[in-house]
Design a binder for this molecule. Structure first.
Ligand SMILES: C[S@@+](CC[C@H](N)C(=O)[O-])C[C@H]1O[C@@H](n2cnc3c(N)ncnc32)[C@H](O)[C@@H]1O
Length: 231
């Protein structure tokens, strides 16, 4: 039954005009709701959003709570949620359509391919929300803050752009700090418990993702790191 509902969501999300999908990870081509190939790389502002507003992407967006929550608060920015799971993207994309959020799009792809879908300096900010910890050391390259992923972000983030990482995971938190240290990247905020810190952007507490709610129930502290790529 659950499998059937998932399949229905996959089918539905393919018809959404605010969702673009890359079906074959090894072939970086986007498909729109008319099942046509569409090239939005360097053209998100001009051809999708029809404005020159800053572009913010949320990686590992899941159900897209940050994409939606930030889009509602900041109509003068454009937001794109990115995740590999169509049934999750479905949720945020459906909400955006029903609520006429024209500053929202979703991109279903493996984040390994992200640099094929955005041009150099096309992205103003990146949020990474509760990424999978990939607990085993040999899986570290899959963590969304590994050096390999940071290389990809470097290809698309504008100079002076910010990356925000929010997570319950000690593994992600410690690992991200180590990577930033090794790469000598500037860290602007490093907070191991957002509930105890003062002066943080209120959206960090106001917008809670599905995974965040689960982790809060388990009494996990929520960590936040904000950094840049200009070393
Ligand atoms: C723990 S969930 C968090 C979802 C959401 N941000 C939240 O906090 O509720 C991690 C998400 O990352 C996505 N993900 C992990 N690795 C990915 C990759 N390489 N490309 C695209 N999505 C990925 C998964 O599909 C999943 O939805």
């Amino acid at each position: 039954m659950a499998g059937k509902r998932k399949l229905e969501k996959f089918a539905m999300v393919s018809t959404f005009p605010n969702t673009f999908q890359n079906f074959r990870w090894e072939d970086p081509v986007l498909i729109n709701n008319k099942q046509e190939e569409i090239d939005l790389c360097s053209k998100w502002r001009e051809e999708y959003f029809n404005n020159d507003h800053p572009i913010v992407i949320e990686l590992a967006c899941g159900y897209g709570e940050y994409t939606i929550g930030l889009a509602e608060r900041y109509p003068q920015k454009s937001f794109i949620g990115v995740d590999i799971k169509g049934n999750r993207v479905y949720q945020g994309a459906k909400y955006a359509l029903e609520n006429k959020l024209e500053n929202v799009a979703f991109l279903r792809t493996d984040i390994r391919q992200i640099h094929h879908f955005f041009a150099e300096e096309e992205v103003d900010e990146i949020w990474i929300t509760f990424p999978d910890p990939f607990r085993k050391k040999r899986q570290a390259k899959n963590r969304l803050t590994s050096a390999g992923f940071i290389d990809r972000y470097r290809k698309i983030l504008k100079k002076g752009g910010l990356i925000h990482v929010k997570s319950d995971s000690d593994i992600i938190y410690e690992y991200t700090r180590e990577v930033l240290d090794e790469l000598k990247l500037p860290v602007f905020i490093d907070c191991n418990d957002i509930d105890k810190a003062e002066g943080l952007d209120p959206v960090l507490k106001e917008i809670q993702t599905r995974y965040e709610k689960i982790h809060r129930q388990l009494r996990q502290t929520i960590k936040y790191i904000q950094f840049g790529l200009d070393s």
